[in-house]
Design a binder for this molecule. Structure first.
Ligand code: ZN
Length: 56
């Protein structure tokens, strides 16, 4: 399962509003500025800080 570049272009980090990076290995969207990773559930990105994981 992948996420389209078109969709990725429209998505932004809810915290800093910068672009997110899709990590295919973990199937998640990562913000390298906030060091948060947002899960993708049923092909829908969950852009909620409460659902985000800290990137180590
Ligand atoms: Zn961010």
């Amino acid at each position: 399962m992948t996420i389209s570049n078109d969709l990725l272009d429209k998505l932004a980090c809810p915290v800093c509003k910068k672009k997110l990076n899709y990590e295919s290995d973990n199937n998640r969207l990562a913000c390298k500025i906030c060091l948060l990773a947002f899960p993708i559930v049923d092909e829908i990105p969950v852009l909620l800080v409460s659902e985000a994981e800290k990137i180590k």
